[in-house]
Design a protein around this ligand. Structure first.
Ligand code: PHE
Length: 347
């Protein structure tokens, strides 16, 4: 029996290294250790041995069995390692090109100062519970003029030099006040919203005038809203933007869509009120037009002026940005000059 055991072991030793996959290894193991395996068959013969022989053969058989099991473990580990290595080899990626990366002179980008200021404004309004709306640049007369209480013959139509389309019906919006009408069409009072974007006027260009510039429109409609609410609100807004208490002044202003209407100025931050090219040497900068929404505008929006009222304002973003970043010519903002824009990356 010992001889047979040795034969089984020798055969096992000669075969194990040729097993090269885990399923084969399971089969190989069963060949020796399974119910009908070679080792079990041998053990069956122990019955006929004397007690003494049983003991010594049993001990020997156990030793061989442990050897075989640890050989199977070792071989299994090798098989698994080989499988992993061949997988890795198959998926090998050539990344030698990374050694050839060179500086292509590209630089980190930053937001345009106008974008930064607009986003800051929107954040302030969002924190005050305003919604943010968007509206079209190309308008018809209704949204830009008529619904805003500027009928066709009204001289106010000439106040703003309009870019008309050839069909004489469409135009580039001259202000963001078109958003008041669009807003009222989708909102039920009480509401408060702002919206901003480009507006267009056929202007003579100089350090403070561009044909395309940016406004932010705001509208708040509810019950019993009065002028002091509006003033308090706008002063808070400007202080938030400039992070300091500003000197402001209110002048009567005429806009057909508000009554009463005002223009709000603040002391020029570039020259401290002494006068410079941005404030046209007067020391004050026009920040915004504002006023209590005209009843006929509310009516255009399907709102009963006997039940609701409110205020609206239109703020020039370009000049605000110039003040904020001490830019002395509005034309820089649209110049597309990277040397200009790069200065604001870190702000
Ligand atoms: N739309 C006016 C302008 O462009 C500003 C304004 C808005 C005035 C809302 C009053 C109320 O100058």
């Amino acid at each position: 029996m010992l001889q047979k055991l040795n034969e089984v072991k020798t055969e096992f030793d000669s075969l194990i290294d040729s097993v090269s996959a885990m399923p084969d290894m399971a089969q190989f193991k069963a060949d020796y250790f399974g119910k009908k395996g070679k080792l079990n068959a041998l053990m069956g013969g122990m019955r006929d041995l004397s007690v003494e022989d049983k003991k010594s053969f049993g001990a020997k058989a156990n030793e061989v069995k442990q050897d075989m099991l640890s050989a199977i473990d070792k071989r299994s580990q090798v098989i698994e390692l080989e499988a992993i290595n061949s997988k890795l080899e198959k998926n090998r990626q050539d990344i030698s090109w990374t050694e050839k990366i060179t500086d292509r002179g590209q630089q980190a980008a930053g937001l345009h100062p106008l974008t930064k200021v607009t986003r800051e404004l929107e954040d302030i309004f969002l924190s005050m519970g305003f919604d943010i709306l968007d509206g079209p640049h190309i308008e018809n007369e209704y949204y830009n003029f008529e619904a805003l209480n500027i009928p066709e013959s009204h001289p106010a139509r000439d106040m703003q030099d309009t870019f008309w389309f050839k069909d004489k019906k469409h135009l580039l919006r001259t202000h963001t006040s078109n958003l008041q009408i669009h807003g009222m069409e989708v909102k039920k009072p009480p509401f408060k919203f702002v919206g901003s974007g480009k507006v267009f006027r056929c202007e003579t260009l100089d350090a403070s005038h561009e044909a395309a510039f940016h406004q932010l429109e705001g509208m708040m409609v509810g019950h019993d809203i009065a002028v002091p609410h509006m003033i308090h609100f706008l002063r808070t807004l400007l202080s938030e933007i400039f992070k300091s208490e500003l000197k402001v002044r209110l002048r009567p202003g005429f806009f057909p869509f508000v009554e009463p209407g005002f223009e709000l100025d603040y002391e020029c931050l570039l020259c401290g009120g002494k006068g410079c090219s941005v404030c046209k040497q007067v020391g004050w900068v026009e920040a915004l037009g504002c006023g209590m929404v005209h009843p006929s505008v509310l009516r255009s929006g399907g709102i009963d002026p006997n039940e609701f009222n409110g205020f609206a304002f239109g703020l020039g973003i370009d000049r605000l940005t110039m003040m904020r970043y001490h830019i002395d010519d509005v034309r820089h903002l649209h110049s597309g000059n990277l040397q200009f824009s790069e200065q604001f990356r870190a702000y």
